[in-house]
Design a protein around this ligand. Structure first.
Ligand code: GLN
Length: 265
């Protein structure tokens, strides 16, 4: 199997080490013997909806978002919408997350129209308003798995009925500081405010994205692909340390897979 990743705007949207998310996806696939191809798509580069199964967009401030938004909608929009509807996975962080929604209304200047692949919009309350900054711990809706990260945004994101939050912020603010929701999901499209980067400390989400991407290309009739378990000892230790620093108590992570052989360096 080959994991086909497309990294969108690697030079433009890459706050707080967001690029590390791509590195994590690549390494976890290689540790499992899955080959990986990463395509980078910058401003003006078209995207082939069939060539990649996992798209990543990082964060950026309003200035970078203003550059990326028309390109995301115009040059890459139809292909990304087609890929998402066909089951491709997308992960977008912060500024990139805001641009997957219908629009982002900044503190000044015109609205930035988004891709509209997630049913949400984002509004910055205006100059002088409080930025949402700090460590964040999220409990996933449903399975209750934990995400840890760092948020820093002025925009407040509001979900429509076509998207559901990834989970609930148990420390920090998340989407808008009002409803405790964090992030948004539709099919295999995920948006979140969590930087850090996100995936090294939250391997379950990395694997969810990878499984969705591989399922699109190689899934059997039941749509399943099996991912070999990885030990994730350091990953879970890092997550627990981050959660502890954030002040979240009483959380636990799955035990390491004892039978898994040491992974190659
Ligand atoms: N424009 C955004 C905000 O401040 C994006 C911030 C970010 O990506 N860190 O709301």
């Amino acid at each position: 199997m080959e994991l086909r990743i497309c990294h969108l705007y690697p030079d433009l949207l890459n706050l707080y080490g967001d690029r590390g998310n791509v590195t994590t996806l690549v390494r976890r696939a290689q540790w499992r013997g899955i080959s990986v191809r990463v395509i980078e798509a910058r401003l003006d580069d078209p995207v082939d909806p069939d060539a990649s199964d996992l798209f990543f967009i990082g964060g950026g401030e309003d200035r970078q978002q203003r550059l990326a938004a028309p390109d995301l909608r115009g040059v890459k929009g139809p292909a990304l919408r087609e890929a998402a509807a066909a089951g491709a996975a997308i992960l977008a962080v912060c500024g990139g997350y805001q641009l997957l929604g219908h629009y982002y209304r900044p503190a000044g200047g015109p609205d930035l129209m988004g891709l509209g692949v997630l049913d949400l919009h984002t509004v910055h309350p205006g100059p002088g308003s409080r930025r949402i900054i700090g460590n964040i711990v999220v409990r996933e809706a449903g399975a209750g798995r934990i995400l840890v990260g760092f948020e820093n945004h002025g925009g407040r994101t509001y979900l429509g009925s076509g998207a559901r939050p990834i989970g609930t912020a148990i420390v920090g603010s998340g989407n808008n500081g009002q409803d405790r929701g964090e992030g948004a999901v539709w099919r295999s499209v995920y948006g979140t405010y969590l930087h850090g980067p996100l995936l090294p400390k939250n391997p379950w989400l990395a694997d969810e994205l990878t499984a969705a991407a591989l399922r699109r290309r190689y899934g059997n009739t039941a749509g399943e692909v099996a991912l070999a378990p990885l030990p994730d000892v350091e990953e879970h230790r890092a997550a627990a340390a981050a959660a502890g620093r954030a002040g979240a108590r009483g959380l636990s992570w799955p035990a390491a897979h004892a039978q898994t052989p040491e992974r190659p360096a």
